[in-house]
Design a protein around this ligand. Structure first.
Ligand code: ADP
Ligand code: MG
Length: 633
């Protein structure tokens, strides 16, 4: 026959080798999870078969009862797990059991430290899947045949998990996949009926398919037990049960099954909706971000079922992008079993479910925030920057999302983002009507910015934004709880009633009194600033830069530049603190050249203090040195 009938030895992809090594060395204290992973795969395979058989019921062959069998052999020290699911072709096997297809895997694996404790956490972000068999096995056999394929097109895969596998065509009557685990000596505990039963109960009670085992020897004698099989698990899909009948542990295990995660989820929300829409959803928030959360092609979305029948993984249409960290199941009674990804995109029912699930997810987060600040901070630390995409993407939920945001502020003293807008508003000064914020490259730069001087003096709290996305997000958030946001480095600074009549008068008088000075500076700096004016922002610094009301902010410019886009060329407003000795010195300077030099130095310093780079740093240094030398003379 063809070449393919011959046994062939192939090497694992490098990433698989790394993963295997890592798994065996970091998960040995958590060996038992291999069974959950394999049963999870078996269950997925049954799901896929049922789905494929919707179109072609010939795929059931003569074996329509979907089930998973678990056997063991104490003597041989093996466990055998067999499903009658979709099975795999030779190409599938090579692809699925020899490579890892997720992009970014190589980078991810290269970050691992070799510290087993840390790595075992990290590997949780990745999910271990099939390869976890090698935590307990020194050899694994896989026999499989794709549903509908000719009997002689079975495949036998074998590996000792040491870098290579063999693959060979074999005849196989049964459809689906059978995995034989040859247990390591130190894992022989698993070739045991009650141990396996307990594990199935613990990890796989509520997958949708029965896990069948041989009954154990009973008092009734040999005869009876020989032929007797029993279903070990409950075998009803978890989400179809009433909430009151589900234990937290069961919710957690089910999460691990669907999310391919092996840490517990942070929270979940399980709801049955009847009426105009008829669906059940079970949504989870993971405790940890996956390694590829910012990868555009990373899988996201919910597992979609229609009338209990699995339809697809990663159905993206049921949640907006900014909630892509949520995992779960949606089971609809309204959609057609024939629904395709394309139809999902503009189906009115899907749209309504999406609206409801979006709200449900946001509510789940609000509830967590109210109930347990510590847990909410965990969520925020992992997914906060993703949620910040929300205001731009989801206009109608802006207010709700804003309520979930957390910020570092001038009052937190550290860069941790843990102040909510509600808290901020509660601590607002008497007479303060706006929510102030400052944007900078990092927390320290923001915190020492001259723009905060007047706020410090008046004790007004200012939100500190230093994530790249922040300024962009603020473009979509105008107000919260009826209070508008104000960038402290933009436009006229309105301090509301916190600014006393005296303050205002002082500013007005100063502007009048120093009119000539302002003009002179403007002339000296002509092409570099759009306006020179007296400030109400500063107490200690001589000058600062302000962005015009409608001009693009510095952070945003950087983002656009980094993306290779053309940035509009807007000049800053230059604000002067006329009470500052340096400015007074400038004012008394008669020589035009010297006046120009000093003005330029002030401007450059103000630029540096806002965390910006100078267009011509060399000129600044030369100028400053010249002035210093004059001083020395
Ligand atoms: P995941 O389940 O997250 O996709 P796994 O490593 O567990 O990753 O499995 C890799 C792939 O191997 C699966 O996506 C599936 O295509 C295939 N596979 C594993 N086990 C089975 C099985 N019992 N039947 C059919 N295909 C399987
Ligand atoms: Mg899997």
């Amino acid at each position: 026959m063809t070449v393919e009938t011959q046994k062939e030895t192939l090497g694992f992809q490098t990433e698989v080798k790394q993963l295997l090594h890592l798994m065996i060395h970091s998960l040995y204290s958590n060996k038992e999870i291999f069974l959950r992973e394999l049963i999870s795969n078996a269950s997925d395979a049954e799901d896929k078969l049922r789905f494929a058989a919707l179109k072609d019921d010939g795929l059931y062959e003569s074996d329509p009862d979907l089930q998973i069998r678990l056997d063991f052999d104490k003597e041989a020290n093996t466990i055998t797990l067999a499903d009658n699911g979709i099975g795999m072709t030779r190409d599938d096997v090579i692809q699925n059991l020899g490579t890892i297809a997720r992009s970014g895997t190589a980078e991810f694996l290269s970050q691992l430290s070799g510290d087993e404790k840390k790595d075992s956490k990290l590997i949780g972000q990745f999910g271990v899947g099939f390869y976890s068999a090698f935590i307990v096995a020194d050899k694994v056999d896989v026999f499989t045949r794709r549903a509908g394929a000719p009997l002689e097109e079975g495949v036998h895969w074998q590996s000792a998990g040491d870098g290579e596998f063999t693959i060979e065509q074999v005849a196989r009557e049964k459809r689906g996949t059978e995995i034989v685990i040859h247990l390591k000596q130190d894992a022989s505990e698993f070739a045991d009926g009650s141990r396996l039963r307990n594990l199935v109960k613990k990890y796989s009670d509520h997958i949708s398919f029965p896990v069948i085992m041989k009954s154990e020897v009973s008092e009734e004698g040999e005869e009876a037990k020989e032929s007797k099989d029993e279903t070990v698990n409950d075998a009803t899909a978890l989400w179809t049960l009433p909430r009151t009948e589900i234990k937290d542990e069961e919710y957690k295990e089910f999460y691990k099954h669907i999310a391919h995660d092996f840490e517990d989820p942070l929270i979940w929300s399980h709801n049955k909706v009847e009426g105009k829409l008829d669906y059940t959803s079970l949504l989870y928030i993971p405790a940890r971000a996956p390694f590829d959360m910012y990868n555009r092609d990373a899988p996201r979305g919910l597992k979609l079922y229609v009338q209990r029948v699995f339809i697809m993984d990663d159905a993206e249409q049921f949640l907006p992008l900014y909630l892509r960290f949520a995992k779960g199941v949606v089971d609809s009674n309204d959609l057609s079993l024939n629904i395709s990804r394309e139809i999902l995109q503009n189906d009115a029912t899907v749209e309504s479910i999406r609206t409801a699930l979006t709200k449900r997810t946001l509510d789940m987060l609000s509830k967590l925030a109210k109930k347990d600040d510590g847990e909410y901070q965990k969520f925020w630390g992992e997914f906060g920057t993703v949620l910040k995409e929300g205001p731009a993407e989801d206009f109608s939920n802006r207010e709700k999302i804003a309520g979930l945001l957390r910020f570092a502020t001038t009052h937190t003293g550290e860069s941790t983002q843990n102040v909510s807008l509600d808290q901020y508003i509660e601590r607002m000064k008497e007479g303060q009507s706006k929510i102030y914020y400052i944007t900078a490259d990092n927390f320290m730069a923001a915190k020492s910015s001259p723009h905060l001087e007047v706020f410090r003096k008046k004790g007004i709290e200012v939100l500190i934004f230093s994530d790249r996305i922040d300024e962009w997000m603020m473009g979509y958030l105008n107000e919260y709880s009826g209070k508008s946001f104000q960038d402290v480095a933009r436009g006229d600074l309105d301090l509301g009633e916190v600014e006393t009549e005296e303050d205002k008068k002082h500013k007005e008088e100063a502007a009048e009194e120093h009119k000539d000075l302002l003009e002179r500076i403007k002339t000296a700096l002509t092409d570099r600033v759009q306006e020179v004016r007296v400030t109400n922002r500063l107490t200690d610094s001589p000058a600062c830069l302000v962005t015009g009301d409608f001009d693009m902010g510095a952070q945003m410019k950087k983002i656009m530049e980094a993306a290779g886009q053309k940035v509009p060329d807007s000049k800053p407003i230059f604000e002067i603190n006329v009470d500052h000795p340096l400015v007074q010195r400038l004012e008394s300077e008669k020589g035009d050249e010297r006046f120009g030099e000093l003005s330029a130095v002030l401007l450059d310093q103000a630029t540096l203090a806002s965390g910006e780079q100078l267009k011509d740093p060399g000129a600044y240094v030369t100028r400053l040195n010249r002035l210093l030398l004059e001083l020395a003379n």
